[in-house]
Design a protein around this ligand. Structure first.
Ligand code: PGA
Length: 260
């Protein structure tokens, strides 16, 4: 796991990384599409702003399929705070991409377990995730893998913790009772199969979770620590988010190359 501490915009750096990977992808008969896993949330808004800009400047998503990390259970797809709506509003309505290239879990499926199983299968059939982009929760969650989630979990139905419900209330007029309590999410095991992982973190609220990411031993209380054993994970953090990480860690991480 590598730390990329930056004074630049975290969304811009991450969008630039995606651009480079998509541009250099060579489509073959066996692997026709670049598989990109995409997040929602406040941190992702900047990322999509730049990705839209790059697409307007000529970046093509013709050979890309996307899989969103998660979706609330039971929230109507057209609800303004559903992740379907978020993705349309922030990315898909502004770039050239067909419906068939977009995959988002259906939180209103008649059988949620089957929906999760099929999603996992579909990712596999596309040859697995090439690049996973995620945010991080204050409690160290990735997607909706809350503290206590199994490190080998696949796409599943998850209960949200009170911490996450409180953090997401800002998207529901500050009303905790409006926030769904369950979600469908890729599992930590799903994420670990991705060839590359980028986790974006901005602001002081994320500094404690990043402290655990880098300074703690692997443990399920801090789901982010699963990535310590992933061979190509980059945590892209601004100064405030990286504030609790030790000097030693920062020096060691300074050696890695990011945008290449
Ligand atoms: P945020 O969420 O970008 O809205 O802070 C990130 C997350 O909870 O994964």
């Amino acid at each position: 796991m590598y730390l990329i501490e930056t004074e630049n915009n975290v969304g811009f750096l991450t969008a630039s990384y995606i651009k480079n990977r998509v541009k250099s992808f060579v489509s073959t008969k066996n692997k026709p599409y670049f598989v990109l896993a995409l997040p929602t949330g406040g941190t992702a808004i900047d990322l999509y702003k730049y990705l839209v800009k790059f697409c307007q400047e000529g970046l093509s998503f013709d050979k890309v399929v996307t899989f969103n990390l998660d979706e609330y259970a039971g929230l109507p797809e057209n609800h303004p705070e559903s992740y379907h709506s978020f993705m349309a509003k922030n990315l898909f309505d502004h770039i050239k991409i067909s419906k068939e290239q977009i995959n988002i879990l259906n939180g209103n499926a008649s059988n949620l377990e089957t929906e999760c199983k099929n999603y996992e299968e579909k990712i596999k059939n596309y040859g697995g995730i090439d690049l996973f982009i995620g945010g991080i929760g204050q409690n160290g969650h990735i997607a909706f893998n809350e503290p206590g989630s199994a490190f080998d979990s696949k796409t599943h139905v998850a209960d949200l913790t009170s911490n996450t419900i409180a953090a997401n209330a800002r998207f529901f007029d500050g009303d905790i009772s409006q926030v769904p309590t369950r979600a469908l999410t890729m599992g930590l095991g799903t994420i670990m199969t991705a060839k590359e992982v980028i986790i974006m973190a901005t602001g002081a609220k994320k500094s404690h979770a990043l402290y655990h990411a880098f300074e703690d031993k692997q443990n399920t209380n801090w789901p982010i620590t699963v990535l310590q054993k992933h061979p190509r994970t980059f945590i892209v953090a601004d100064k405030a988010a990286a504030a609790e990480i030790s000097k030693t860690t920062k020096q060691n991480c300074g050696l890695c190359s990011f945008i290449n």
